[in-house]
Design a protein around this ligand. Structure first.
Ligand code: DGJ
Length: 775
């Protein structure tokens, strides 16, 4: 709901309020963002900043307002040059060389429908009655003829406020936009913890928590895409915040390029929290009559800890970011050829793999890299999106038909933004890639990047990819394996080179829009060397992303848990791979690999033809289990019960109707003499009766062979000795499960190995299915 009274604007969601007003000189003063409150008649005046005299060395805004300092005003936006020395929201360079500007309130309007930007990905409209978007119009105060629009859209159901910004040049002179952010919140104090998620290839989403007081904290990327170095999702929490209690704010950007999130502690210990396009390396020539729109920022607040904040984002993403027929549809279980074959395959080998996968219950066969041009390693052919007939004599169409005949769907990998110098495309169009004319070029994974600022390139790719996707393709993995170097577009004039990074993204988005419109049934998965483009921008076109090239179950558990702060697990591609794991050489049980993947979108990425019969049986059982799970888990509520403390993880999903639940636990390393294990759930109905049962699975107890009589009759030559895991089976009320907890069977302690023992050793997981029996 949006209300307005005497130039005080109040945006309310189910549990939060966002309030600001027009102060006497015309700036927008931020009053409150947090728990929902009722302003009453005196509320706005009580929250207004008092200006009785200014501290020494602060700047008075104007002679007529001696007690107003831009540095002390909590602004909805901030500019340069009028006494605000903090991180600016907007930075413009005028033709006279000046960078001072000042925007004042002009008018406001409540829009019934949120505007949908045609060039940038954006959230769907919440469709609430009585108008869901507030548009504020501001004018530059010193005759520059610039108009700034601030948009605020209210998503009542998931406690989200969406902000975005548009600048229009109504003058006759061009202006250089050096920075135009998406959102800024000024807080009264800086007693907050800034949490960001950083990493690198195969090591995505490390959580870092830093106190804000006395410093400027920045989470940013300059790679050209949102990147694994720093995900655009960040949080700002009070120091005492936990999973279930305390205040926390979140921010994410609907954008896939360079971004910057900043928490800056300033004058009087105030804190400015802002997000937007990374200003470093960016500039935009705003010609007369032109407009520039910044990406949308997704803000949310929870007074019930990190868990609730995450669920706000999960609901928002599922309801307002994902779109198309796959948004809420359970995804097929896939097998991907990459770790099974890399570049070394032919049609026969692929059909073998697909056949064995189909027998195990897998539904979609994905042909990864290596199928096009003369591709046999990373050195060649990127850009030549035509089949390699030496490997695949019947073409993509023939292979796809054979896979379809088996009763499976067929998917294919592409990396459209890259081009190899050794490719027909590069030979035909050397000026179609990003490169500084006359300068040597730096390559990444032996490729350059195509100039996505050039509409001819986009058109070419559209037609080339349409030809591929028309060959019976049900799924596409869209990869991108390098950052932007040599950032120069041969298509753009020299004074617009600062636009290259952003225009590259606009080109990508326009291509994705055309392709997803043309192929609405294809399931797209975004990938960028794993999680280099795990962001809301890509999720507007593709309902899932490949979370990491690290498929080791232990590493994945940490990576996936940390993604879950800002993204629902139901958008993460999670695969069971072979052992020793290809990234870590670690050997984890097959039950662990499955149970770590099962809360995400399940896939297999291994040479299934080489598995033992008992492993194949396990996989069949896993897929049977997953096919039930996936029907409700797509839209479920996630509870993080343990997040890696002392190597323990425990995650729980509960269906929205609270009829079904599932808990998975993981232990990194066994510590003898550990405390008694208690399983306590969250999110179940207190007074309903539930049935909880552990997922049956076999474990390898080979190390114990010889010590226990029950194991001695096994085949001595076998590399494994199988024994069923312990069973837990209870029918209990939700209040007992949520607040009392189940004492699990006792851990193996060196002496016991029977059905009452929990053989919960290094890298073990357990999985419990829960169903409501009676209310
Ligand atoms: C990087 C991806 O993340 C991998 O999954 C795989 O598709 C390779 N590219 C193929 O080159």
């Amino acid at each position: 709901m949006i209300t307005h009274h005497n130039h005080v604007f109040c945006l309310s969601t189910a549990c939060t309020s966002y309030v600001f007003r027009v102060e006497e000189a015309g700036h927008l003063e931020h009053l409150h963002y947090g728990k929902r409150l009722c302003l009453g008649t005196d509320g706005a005046s009580a929250m207004t900043q008092r200006h009785s005299s200014l501290p020494s060395a602060t700047i008075a805004y104007s002679p007529g307002t001696p007690n107003l300092s831009m540095e002390l005003l909590r602004g909805e936006i901030s500019t340069l040059g009028k006494g605000d020395f903090g991180d600016p929201f907007i930075d413009l360079e005028f033709s006279d060389g000046s960078r001072t500007c000042d925007f004042l309130f002009d008018s406001w309007e409540i829009l019934n429908e949120k505007p949908m930007n045609k060039e940038l990905p954006c959230a769907l409209s919440p469709g609430q009655a009585r108008g869901n978007t507030l548009r504020i119009r501001m004018k530059e105060a010193n005759g520059r003829k610039l108009v700034l629009y601030l948009y605020y859209t209210v998503y009542e159901d998931c406690d989200v406020i969406l902000r975005s910004t548009r600048l229009e040049n109504h003058g006759t002179e061009p202006v250089i936009v050096r920075r135009l952010l998406s959102s800024q919140i000024d807080f009264d104090d800086s007693d907050y913890i800034f949490t960001n998620f950083h990493g690198s290839w195969t090591s995505e989403m490390h959580k870092s928590m830093t106190p804000c007081t006395g410093k400027t904290l920045v989470s940013e990327t300059r790679l050209g895409f949102s990147s694994n170095r720093s995900n655009p999702f960040v949080m700002l929490s009070r120091p005492c915040c936990t999973e279930t209690s305390g205040e926390v704010y979140g921010s994410n950007l609907i954008y896939s390029g360079n971004h910057r999130e900043c928490a800056q502690s300033g004058e009087l210990s105030r804190l400015r929290f802002s997000t937007g396009i990374q200003p470093e390396g960016f500039s935009w020539l705003l010609k007369p009559k032109d407009r520039f729109t910044a990406p949308e920022a997704v803000l949310s607040f929870s007074s019930e800890g990190f868990g609730r904040l995450s669920r706000n984002y999960h609901d928002f993403i599922r309801n307002y970011i994902l779109r198309g027929i796959w948004a809420h549809r359970p995804r097929p279980v896939l097998i991907n050829s990459w770790e099974a074959a890399y570049f070394d395959f032919d049609e026969e080998k692929l059909l073998h793999l697909a056949g064995a996968a189909h027998d195990a219950g897998i539904e979609l066969f994905v042909l990864d890299d290596g199928w096009f041009g003369k591709r046999k390693n990373t050195k060649t052919s990127m850009g030549d999106w035509v089949c390699n007939y030496e490997k695949l004599p019947h073409g993509i169409e023939g292979l796809s038909a054979r896979i379809h005949n088996m009763g499976m769907q067929f998917g294919i990998w592409v990396e459209p933004e890259a081009v190899s110098v050794d490719s027909d495309l590069f030979r035909a169009h050397p000026d179609w890639s990003l490169a500084v004319p006359g300068q040597p070029n730096s390559e990444g994974r032996n490729t350059r990047l195509l100039d996505f600022c050039n509409p001819e390139v986009i058109d070419y790719l559209y037609h080339a990819l349409c030809r591929v996707f028309s060959c019976g393709v049900d799924y596409v993995k869209w990869d991108m394996n390098r950052g932007i170097s040599d950032c120069y577009s041969p298509f753009l004039p020299k004074e617009q080179q600062g636009e290259t990074g952003h225009r590259f993204l606009l080109g990508l988005y326009s291509l994705l829009k055309r392709l997803t419109d043309r192929f609405p049934d294809i399931l797209f998965e975004s990938c960028a060397s794993g999680g280099n483009r795990a962001d809301l921008g890509m999720l507007c076109y593709m309902p899932q992303f490949w979370a990491s090239d690290n498929s080791d179950a232990l590493c994945r558990q940490q990576i996936q848990t940390n993604y879950s702060y800002g993204y629902p697990l139901s958008v993460l591609g999670c695969h069971v791979s072979s052992i020793p794991n290809h990234q870590t050489l670690r050997e984890t049980p097959i039950a662990t690999r499955y149970e770590v993947a099962a809360f995400g979108i399940l896939g297999y990425e291994l040479d299934i033809c080489r598995l033992r019969a008992d492993e194949l049986e396990d996989i069949q059982e896993q897929i049977r289990h997953y096919k039930k799970l996936r029907n409700w888990i797509m839209d479920a509520d996630l509870y993080r019960i343990q997040t890696g403390e002392n190597g323990h993880y425990c995650l729980m999903e509960v269906s929205k109707d609270q009829l079904t639940g599932a808990v998975m636990t993981l232990q990194e390393l066994l510590q003898p003499g550990s405390p008694i294990r208690i399983l306590k759930t969250r999110g179940l109905k207190d007074n309903a009766l539930y049935h909880l049962v552990s997922r049956p699975a076999m474990m390898n107890v080979k190390p114990m062979k010889g010590r226990f009589a029950s194991l001695s009759s096994d085949d001595p030559a076998a590399g494994f000795v199988r024994m069923p895991r312990e069973t837990e089976d209870y029918t209990l009320y939700g209040d007992l499960l949520n607040h009392g907890g189940i004492r699990l069977k006792s851990d193996f302690n060196g002496h016991n190995l029977d059905e009452d023992t929990r053989y919960y050793i290094d890298y073990s997981t357990r999985f419990y299915d829960i169903e409501l029996v009676k209310e």
